[in-house]
Design a binder for this molecule. Structure first.
Ligand code: PLP
Length: 406
């Protein structure tokens, strides 16, 4: 019987890869898995994963809230939720968007997701046919490259500098008649670049989206982790008619709940809800209720203040160590928030090679090639200072610098 286009798998062969769907590209999924596996090694001074520091996790408060839900006989935290999200948590997220971004969304503009990765998946599923063009920042978040590629999109990387996406370069691409369906950007404390998009570029980007008819997909994963607590206007607040914003609580609350949001024009949000019906049907109600209470009691602001101070300290220590130990010819970005600094290595140092040798020396880093869709980044490294133990930063950077110099 065999309905496969290619080959029937028999019990003797079991070469399952031969019957994978066409969209299952060889490199989709492997990059993130490789990074996660590095974190499993004990004794590694890891600048690899973009994980929040466990010191920020609200253990006691989460435990107290759980006990409250159980003792109070609450059912909703333990039940299935509506696909768009529970009413209370939706209201809490909408209120926060109102207070932190100056625009409270209407009910039909917002949905709760199982993290920003799911938001990316829903956007890709809703918009992308094989061969569609998506513009991304070069470099960008690996999970987004994988999500868009997973739906057969062609990717064009727009360069970045210390002020974020080079919107004038995008304008040139558009003027040449190349118009993407989507433009994906992480404007604040970008992953992996550690840079923030300048205010005037934000205005221009929204104007270009209106003029050329593409959708901006704004990922605000690190927006609330600016060291000074300040933020530039979000793209969604500047252009709610041309922007879908994807948010996450992973870096500000805790990723164990897998919780985020998507907000955009009602027509799009409604379609994202439809798409969600056959991914996970609803984001976990327990996480939604925990986050709602955490916001309502003002605890999120307390956690944010502590997290910002912690990450600022780690960042300063990392930058100071780079300054002290790195050989001439090495450059890096100076983040004003978030988790990352982006290194450019001296000529002739290959970052994949460096990453392998660094693991042998007990240091985890991610080579820059993982953040480009086209093989660039061989002279770049992403350093994440978020989870590394503060007392090990100097030692880790010194070991890395020794390898770069060698
Ligand atoms: C830019 C960016 N977007 C999204 C995510 C994933 O967010 P979530 O944990 O909500 O899926 C990350 C996590 O590393 C990220 O860096």
């Amino acid at each position: 019987m065999g309905y496969s286009r290619r080959v029937a798998v028999t019990p003797e062969t079991r070469r399952w890869a031969e019957v994978f769907a066409a969209r299952t590209g060889g490199d989709v999924g492997e990059g993130i898995a490789a990074i996660l596996s590095l974190l499993g090694l004990s004794d590694l001074i890891s600048f690899a994963g973009g994980f929040p520091d466990p010191k920020t996790f609200p253990r006691e408060r989460a435990a107290a809230l759980l006990a409250e839900f159980a003792d109070g006989g609450e059912a909703s935290a333990f039940q299935y939720a509506p696909t768009r999200g529970l009413t209370g948590p939706l209201d809490a997220v909408a209120s926060r968007l109102g207070s932190t971004q100056g625009r409270r969304p209407d009910d039909d503009e917002l949905l709760i997701t199982s993290g920003a990765i799911e938001g990316l998946e829903l956007v890709a599923k809703t918009f992308l046919d094989r061969g569609d063009l998506v513009a991304i920042e070069g470099p960008t978040y690996l999970g987004a490259i994988m999500a868009f590629r997973g739906y057969g999109a062609d990717l064009v990387a727009v360069p970045m500098d210390e002020n974020g996406l080079q919107v004038d370069e995008l304008e040139r691409t558009l003027a040449a008649g190349i118009t993407p369906k989507l433009l994906y950007t992480i404007p604040d404390h970008q992953n992996p670049g550690g840079v923030t998009m300048a205010a005037e570029r934000r205005e221009l980007l929204v104007e270009l989206a209106r003029r050329h008819g593409f959708l901006i997909v704004e990922d605000v994963a690190y927006r609330e982790l600016s060291f000074g607590g300040d933020a530039l206007p979000s793209l969604w607040s500047l252009g709610p008619d041309v922007t879908v914003q994807l948010g996450t609580t992973s870096k500000t609350f805790f990723p164990g709940v897998r919780l985020g949001w998507a907000v955009g024009p009602a027509e799009i949000s409604t379609q994202l809800v439809n798409a969600k019906q056959n991914t996970d049907q609803c984001a976990g109600a327990l996480g939604q209720r925990l986050f709602e209470e955490y916001v309502r009691r003002g605890w999120i602001e307390e956690q944010l203040a502590q997290s910002r101070a912690l990450y600022e300290r780690k960042c300063e220590r990392t930058l100071a160590a780079l300054e002290r130990f790195m050989p001439p010819g090495t450059r890096w970005t100076t983040p004003s928030g978030g988790f990352f600094s982006w290194l450019t290595l001296p000529a002739r140092v290959d970052s994949a090679d460096l990453a392998t040798r660094a693991v042998e020396q007990g240091v985890g880093i991610v080579p820059g090639t993982l953040f480009f869709p086209d093989g660039r980044g061989a002279d770049n490294v992403r350093l994440s200072f978020s989870m590394v133990d503060e007392s090990q930063i100097d030692d880790g950077i010194e070991r890395l610098a020794g390898l770069v110099a060698a």
